[in-house]
Design a protein around this ligand. Structure first.
Ligand SMILES: Nc1ncnc2c1ncn2[C@@H]1O[C@H](COP(=O)(O)OP(=O)(O)OP(=O)(O)O)[C@@H](O)[C@H]1O
Ligand SMILES: [Mg+2]
Length: 252
């Protein structure tokens, strides 16, 4: 088993008096693709922000490998995409990069020749590829993508994850991503974590998709959506939604 890059041990986060995450144990190892899925508000972005160190845990411990290089593509751009800045300049934020490397990265991302185009004039898919290419310029050990393919059409989503897998193969970097595109990411991931304030279930895509709950719900074309909802829809007798227990085999 490859070396751990990041380990979370019984981590909890409270924000504004609200318990957003609890009992989080997870590890991302060298070269692994780990995908976090979960409904809106389940704490996925909060988890990514903890891992990059933008947020401190309220309890528990986060251990990073010495000298770990992280690259983070946030769910929302910190800069206004309508700023009059070219794709080439954008690649040099926040640090100026070697022009040859920038040009090569743009070409590899299928954006060759678009370096002088304003970022605001790029299509959604081109912008996502630009963000990914810029993140890779720092040669990360761990690439973190928070809904990197959001808003793309189906072929765009497939191409995006194919590119992520290719980057992993080329550079050996680990990838931790948040995604709603279950059908596609299930195939690309080594490990899938289902989050809803706590880890509801997790495993290899085969384990998750081979579970009774999954088989019961994955019959039709809506299967991915069913998996996505399977642990999150029910409310317990006392009215609390989905408490911190393992319901891996429960098809309710
Ligand atoms: N600074 C904050 N103060 C208080 N509550 C917060 C803060 N940041 C996030 N939250 C709450 O924590 C919960 C989880 O938010 P988070 O953004 O991590 O969810 P998410 O799973 O990424 O959702 P989405 O799928 O919509 O991106 C939400 O209820 C959110 O309102
Ligand atoms: Mg989010």
């Amino acid at each position: 088993m490859s070396a751990p890059l990041i380990e979370l041990d019984n981590v909890a986060v409270t924000l504004g008096g609200h318990a957003v995450l609890r009992d989080i144990d997870m590890t991302v190892r060298q070269g692994e693709i780990v995908t976090v899925v979960g409904p809106n508000g389940s704490g996925k972005t909060t988890l990514m922000r903890l891992i990059i160190g933008a947020l401190a845990p309220s309890a528990g411990r986060i251990t990073r490998a010495a000298g770990l290089r992280l690259a983070y593509v946030p769910q929302r751009l910190a800069i206004d995409p309508s700023l009059p800045i070219t794709a080439g300049r954008f690649m040099n934020l926040p640090h100026r990069r070697d022009p040859g490397r920038v040009a090569a990265a743009l070409t590899r991302a299928g954006l060759g020749g678009l370096g002088s185009r304003p970022v605001s004039a790029l299509s959604g898919g081109q912008l996502q590829r630009l963000l990914l290419a810029r993140a890779m310029l720092s040669e990360p050990d761990l690439l973190i993508l928070d809904e990197g393919a959001a808003g793309l059409d189906q072929p765009g989503v497939a191409a995006y994850y194919a590119r992520v897998e290719q980057l992993r193969a080329e550079t050996g970097c680990a990838v931790l991503m948040v995604s709603h595109d279950l059908q596609v990411v299930m195939r690309a991931s080594d490990h899938v974590i289902c989050l809803n304030g706590h880890i509801c279930c997790e495993g290899t895509p085969e384990n998750v998709s081979g579970s009774a709950a999954y088989r019961g719900l994955f019959g039709g074309g809506e299967g991915a959506l069913a998996l996505y909802r399977h642990h999150h829809d029910h409310v317990h007798a006392d009215g609390t939604p989905c408490a911190g227990h393992d319901h891996g085999e429960d098809a309710a």
